[in-house]
Ligand binder design. Structure first.
Ligand SMILES: *Cc1c(COP(=O)(O)O)cnc(C)c1O
Length: 411
């Protein structure tokens, strides 16, 4: 296989991620489970340690020195997320514990209070459970109807089918920017235009998309956009919701307690302005600071070259597995990111992953929190290799070699 043709300096980048140097079962680690969670650069871990050991206190409610320092760091993290998403105002960024909580917040605070039985939420069949189950909760509790938009056999989204699904009773279009199984990338700007033409707001699940594409929530005119820290090379336990200020103003609190109030008496409660209104309790302070450091790290990279490098890795892997006529790739859309999901004839996805693991190749097997999509493709599980910019062409070779070995053992 040819050497990596991209300009991206992957060998230097790998030095930033200590875990990539370790071995598993005496073999070099080949980490291809990035769509489940990405590894973290040392600068993120160091920033969290230095913050916790020198600047830490609870935020917002103290007058003392450290509380002011911690509040500055926490609010600075919010400003960093604003920059990353190109939001207009930091007050449009709500910290959550992850992507899942951000979507549940929109369901509970934006949709549920005014939902009437028969109102519709439009979804695609390639959504992650985190962008399905919150809407099922509204169906069970409030009589919402879920309307599903199919994907083609290659995993691409049919925009006309999407248009057709949006009707007079549609309250929200909730759609992924990038499928965590198929890799399909959806044209958000065009989708938002079409939905807005019918007066329907759009929530984009950017948990994968933000990792592999540039984000510009203002240019896209999107209503809600969701990220999760641990897939963006940051820590677990932190995510964010971007929402247009006008939406946040009208949204009711999701959880109660802590700094989300203006005043509490025996008889009534009034609420703080957004974003504080939606951040009940002590927030994940150290994690927010870690996420900000991860985004700062990303801002020092040539992200265009990084994304091209990921795509080159994917293309190399996609081409190599064409030789395996016992392997079926699921997801071949023209616009797709660096995720390779597949099934192997007569081999269970978990068995394939286990054999790969013994050769140091970490991939994921299962339904990938996308059972609706598994059903669409007539299966219950796939094996999935997902690439990050710190992966190499040698990683791709290791994957392909390990797959050939799996075929020998199981086929
Ligand atoms: C991971 C993921 C989520 C959920 O994110 P959490 O960090 O687990 O809350 C939602 N959507 C997609 C597409 C994902 O890949």
């Amino acid at each position: 296989m040819s050497k990596c043709q991209t300009k991206f300096e992957v060998d230097r980048i790998r030095q930033d991620f200590p875990i990539l140097a370790r071995e598993v079962y005496g073999k070099p680690l080949v980490y291809l489970d990035n769509a489940a969670s990405a590894q973290k650069p040392l600068v993120v871990l160091e920033r969290m340690t230095s913050f916790a050991s020198r600047e830490y206190a609870n935020v917002h409610r103290g007058v003392h020195f450290l509380s002011a320092l911690a509040t500055d760091a926490y609010e600075g993290a919010r400003a960093r997320v604003r920059t990353f998403l190109n939001a207009g105002d930091s007050a449009e960024i709500v910290f959550t514990k992850g992507g899942t909580e951000a979507i549940n917040l929109v369901a509970a605070s934006f949709i549920a209070p005014s939902l009437k039985p028969g109102d519709e939420i439009v979804l695609t069949v390639m959504e992650h459970h985190s962008n399905i189950v919150p809407w099922h909760l509204l169906r069970e509790r409030h009589g919402a109807m879920l309307k599903w938009v199919d994907v083609g056999d290659d995993g691409s989204l049919d925009l006309d089918a999407l248009d057709a699904a949006i009707g007079p009773r549609t309250r929200l279009l909730a759609i992924t920017q990038m499928s965590n199984v198929l890799g399909t990338i959806t044209p958000l700007e065009e989708i938002v235009k079409r939905a807005h033409a019918k007066g329907v707001p759009v929530l984009a699940d950017g948990c994968q998309g933000a990792v592999h594409e540039r984000v510009d929530v203002q240019a896209w005119d999107i209503d809600f956009y969701v990220i999760t820290g641990h897939k963006l090379y940051g820590p677990t336990g932190i995510g964010a919701l971007y929402a247009k200020a006008a939406h946040l103003e009208r949204m009711r609190p999701y959880q109660g307690g802590g700094e989300m109030i203006r005043e509490v008496t025996r008889d009534k409660v009034t609420y703080a302005d957004p974003p504080a209104r939606f951040e009940a309790g002590t927030p994940p302070i150290i994690e927010a600071v870690g996420l900000a450091r991860a985004l700062e790290y990303l801002s020092t990279l040539d992200l265009k070259a990084a994304h091209e490098h990921e795509r080159a890795l994917y293309t190399q892997a996609r081409e190599a597995v064409r030789e395996f006529n016992w392997l079926r790739v699921i997801g071949d859309a023209p616009q797709k990111g660096a995720i390779l999901s597949f099934e192997c004839d007569g081999m269970h996805a978990h068995d394939v992953a286990t054999i790969l693991d013994r050769q140091g190749v970490a991939v994921r097997a299962g339904h990938h929190c996308a059972q609706v999509l598994m059903d669409r493709f007539g299966t219950v599980s796939t094996t999935r290799a997902s690439f990050a910019f710190y992966n190499t062409m040698a990683d791709v070779e290791a994957l392909v070699g390990a797959l050939a070995k799996a075929r020998e053992v199981l086929g």
